[in-house]
Design a protein around this ligand. Structure first.
Ligand code: 13P
Ligand code: SF4
Length: 324
């Protein structure tokens, strides 16, 4: 769902980009606010954020800070996680309709029924899920720490993993560990397919293919490196390769290019049968909406206290199992 009114700087009485940035910075000080942004947001948002990171880094930043207000430029589950961890803080997001279709692909009632089929199983859930799903889970994880968490679960323990089947499948193959997978997927990462990835590799024989584990197995099997958004970024800095085909959301190319200005980054081509390999929800975060949400202190994340407490346990467990 997208908002039908797209605000422009002129609509809010601001006439230059510099003026808008200046007003955001002034409000930030006045409110004692912390602006968090995911790597998939547009560069202007990343430039104004206090912390830019992947899901794990942002969850950790949301957990430990002295701000009174957290402004979360990402998607809904990220801001919701920040609120679950900080009930006393005001958590704002520029566009409350910036949801995550992967999280929405796992309705709580269906997941409850699914879970009932495996009564002895432990439930490990990707952070890209709703608070209701986190409340039904034992441990939350992100693509950065999923492996570290699953390695700590005894071999004989049955695991339900959801909602991303590609991430679950990847880790299951990597660790030789059978898991019961919920069949959700991220439309952005699932948009890459083998023939078009191989075509790109043929066109750029000097480039290394790197991929996020939310991509399909048919893509991952050709990758020189697989990792979370942050791991991919760090790999491009440390690798001796000069050119990369990047199979993840292209927002990360901004930071990759910034850290390695002389290297070349090619966004992986999507399969023409799929509509997007860009996260349109992340791109709903604009500077104008960021300013407006700070000015009006809304949209604000509000969560029922019973649900908050029920979902907090699985997030806390993740943070305890993977200390910094
Ligand atoms: P990470 O930030 O953990 O790499 O996850 C990617 C993603 O799709 C976020 O929604
Ligand atoms: Fe959700 Fe995929 Fe967008 Fe991440 S990139 S927010 S998983 S739709």
């Amino acid at each position: 769902m997208t908002r039908d009114i797209v605000l422009t700087s002129t609509d809010i009485g601001i006439h230059s980009h510099e003026e808008l940035i200046g007003r955001i910075n002034t409000l930030k000080k006045e409110m004692n606010a912390l602006i968090l942004a995911h790597y998939y947001t547009v560069p202007e948002i990343q430039q104004v954020a206090d912390i830019v990171g992947d899901s794990l880094a942002l969850a950790r930043a949301a957990e430990k800070n002295d701000a009174d207000v957290i402004v979360f430029a990402g998607v809904y589950f990220m801001a919701e996680t920040a609120k679950i961890l900080n009930p006393e803080k005001q958590v704002l997001m520029p566009d409350a309709y910036a949801g995550c279709p992967l999280a929405d692909s796992c309705p709580a009632d269906d997941f409850r029924t699914f879970k009932r089929q495996y009564p002895g199983a432990i439930v490990i859930t990707y952070i890209n899920s709703t608070a209701d799903i986190k409340a039904l889970s034992d441990i939350t994880c992100t693509s950065s720490n999923v492996e570290q968490i699953i390695r700590q679960i005894p071999e004989e323990q049955q695991i339900i993993f959801g909602p991303d089947r590609n991430l679950g499948g990847y880790i299951s193959r990597k660790l030789g560990r059978k898991m019961i997978l919920w069949q959700g997927y991220c439309y952005v990462h699932d948009a890459f397919s083998e023939p078009y990835i191989l075509k790109a590799c043929r066109e750029h024989p000097d480039a290394e293919l790197i991929a996020h584990p939310e991509c399909r197995e048919e893509v991952l099997k050709h990758a020189a490196f697989i990792g979370s958004t942050k791991a991919l970024l760090e790999y491009t800095v440390s690798s001796s390769a000069e050119k990369f085909i990047v199979a993840t959301e292209p927002g990360i190319l901004y930071e990759m290019q910034k850290r390695s200005p002389r290297k070349t980054f090619i966004p992986a081509p999507k399969d023409p049968k799929t509509p997007y390999s860009v996260c349109t929800q992340m791109k709903q975060n604009t500077l104008e909406k960021l300013y407006e949400c700070m000015l009006n202190r809304k949209p604000e994340i509000v969560i029922d206290e019973t649900l908050r407490l029920a979902s907090l346990g699985s997030i806390r467990k993740m943070l305890e199992m993977t200390p910094v």
